[in-house]
Design a protein around this ligand. Structure first.
Ligand code: HEM
Length: 461
């Protein structure tokens, strides 16, 4: 259709600049949203701080604050009013997907904070590497942890180890977190280095001490001698590990650039998060008897239960990136050098957008809702956790061992409300007890393994 002969001058309005939080809102974000994640210890949890946060419900206030700020400033990224360096908060699922997919270029994973922190015990870890070194260390991690395989090639041996350690623990009739964690780490040492390392508690104690320092990042001087002793002990065990252990596989796939000792230091550290996830999943199954009954006969559901527990309480609650160059966000520019923060509890627990935000909902991992949102307790994309499948396999084996012949029970007075689960879960204070399951309600051992994560751990939505 032809309009009148008058040619209208069309002015294209420049897009509004990316929103910037006021100094007061920036301070609120630091105190209420980012503060608790750092305060409770990103590398090693501080029990007293977790207890404090659980009592004050401060993390729930942080999540609500970010929801309010998104309503006030829009989808972001929301720049923060930092005096010295640029920083921004990711607030929309679309931007979260982009950030994770476009790692490590232009969004580098090796941020200065992570470097300062992880240098305490794994200065050459993949998480704090860049360029060709990152590529080689990532390749090594994926090859040994078998990132793309729902069922690791060492699964039979790993499951035997889990079953063995779980059996001694279950024989006690109940267990608190310290006993669970100790038994778990016996399994971890044997899985990584072979049975001879099972009781080497000194190795784990060295790592725990270094992780405690890592919580302080720049603020604590490095204990170089302890780090050397620890990494040398890892190297020694790596050389001696049997072929059917993770370190045995590592030896076969290592190159000098892969820095295998540092990667293994990360595995030893990160298995703690898997222990926390498994223990809390058992608590969720105790709180939800119907879910426990289903978990006894349905392996994908066991894994979905672990995933939803990690959604509710992500063990890596902050995902950090740094933009290497200017980046364009719908026509608006974020300058090079900006630090980007993803506050995972906000994405996982935003009541305004997720109807079941504060309820245990394993089904969301089986019907596509989790991927579509997305929930990313293991992150995703080229720097996503390369051990997600391995973690689900091992944690699943412990959970199945615990519930197969027992009902797991919470002590009275935990205050856990299935309709409104708290933002902070103080697992340090929890003791789970066990009651034998009547024979008529026992299921035959579960067969087959289907992983609710797609094999590449990526989004579908
Ligand atoms: C519940 C248990 C675990 C959770 C929730 C978890 C989650 C994560 C997350 C969120 C990241 C950060 C990814 C990013 O910055 O985008 C990560 C990185 C990583 N995780 Fe895990 N992880 C767990 C256990 C493990 C275990 C047991 C291992 C090794 C055996 C492991 C190995 C790694 C490695 C090597 C990286 C660095 C990847 C890279 O930078 O390319 N994780 N994990």
């Amino acid at each position: 259709m032809r309009r009148s002969g008058v040619v209208a001058a069309v002015t294209v309005a420049a897009p509004a600049p990316l929103p910037k939080a006021s100094p007061a809102d920036t301070l609120r974000i630091l105190l209420l949203a980012a503060g608790p994640l750092f305060a409770k210890g990103l590398i090693r949890r501080r029990p007293a701080m977790v207890r404090f946060l659980a009592r004050t419900d401060a993390e729930a206030r942080g999540i609500a604050l970010l929801a309010r700020l998104r309503a006030k400033y829009g989808e972001g990224p929301l720049r923060l009013a930092f005096p010295l360096r640029g920083a921004a908060l990711i607030l929309s699922p679309r931007h979260l997907r982009r950030l994770l997919a476009e790692t490590p270029e232009p969004f580098a994973a090796d941020t200065p904070e992570k470097r300062a922190s992880l240098a305490h015990f794994q200065p050459r870890g993949v998480l704090v590497s860049s360029g060709a070194e990152r590529a080689e260390r990532r390749r090594f991690n994926e090859a040994v942890l078998e990132t793309g395989c729902p069922v690791h090639s060492l699964a039979p041996a790993l499951i035997r180890l889990c079953e063995g350690e779980a059996a001694s623990l279950l024989a006690r009739g109940g267990f608190a977190w310290p006993e669970f964690q100790a038994a778990w780490f016996r399994m971890v040492r044997a899985a990584i280095f072979g049975p001879a390392a099972r009781d080497d508690e000194a190795l784990t104690a060295m790592l725990h001490a270094l992780r405690g320092d890592a919580n302080w990042a720049f603020l604590k001087p490095r204990r170089r001698r302890l780090r050397r002793t620890f990494l040398a002990a890892v190297g020694e065990k790596l050389r001696q590990a049997p072929a059917d252990s993770l370190a045995g596989l590592a030896r076969a796939r290592a190159t000098p650039e892969a820095a295998p000792e540092d990667q293994i230091a990360h595995w030893l550290f990160a298995f703690d998060a898997a222990a926390i996830g498994a223990f809390r999943t058992l608590a969720m199954l105790a709180l939800h008897p119907d879910a426990a009954a289903r978990a006894r006969r349905d392996r994908p559901f066991v894994r979905a239960a672990m995933l939803d527990t990690l959604r509710l309480w992500p063990t890596t609650p902050a995902v950090l990136r740094r933009s290497e160059r200017d980046t364009d966000w719908e026509g608006r520019t974020l300058p090079a050098g900006t630090g980007l923060l993803v506050h995972l509890p906000f994405f996982h627990r935003d009541r305004g957008r997720i109807p079941y935000a504060d309820r245990f909902t394993p089904a969301a991992w089986l019907d596509g809702r989790a991927e579509a949102w997305p929930f990313v307790p293991f992150s995703a994309g080229p720097a996503g956790c390369p051990a997600a499948n391995l973690v689900l396999l091992v944690a699943g084996a412990w959970i199945e061992a615990a519930i197969r012949r027992h009902v797991v029970l919470l002590p009275p007075g935990t205050g856990l409300d299935p309709e409104a689960l708290p933002a902070t879960f103080d697992h340090f204070a929890l003791r789970l007890s066990l009651r034998p399951l009547p024979r008529s309600r026992r299921e035959p051992a579960l067969l087959g393994a289907v992983n609710p994560l797609s094999p590449d751990g990526d989004f579908d939505g």
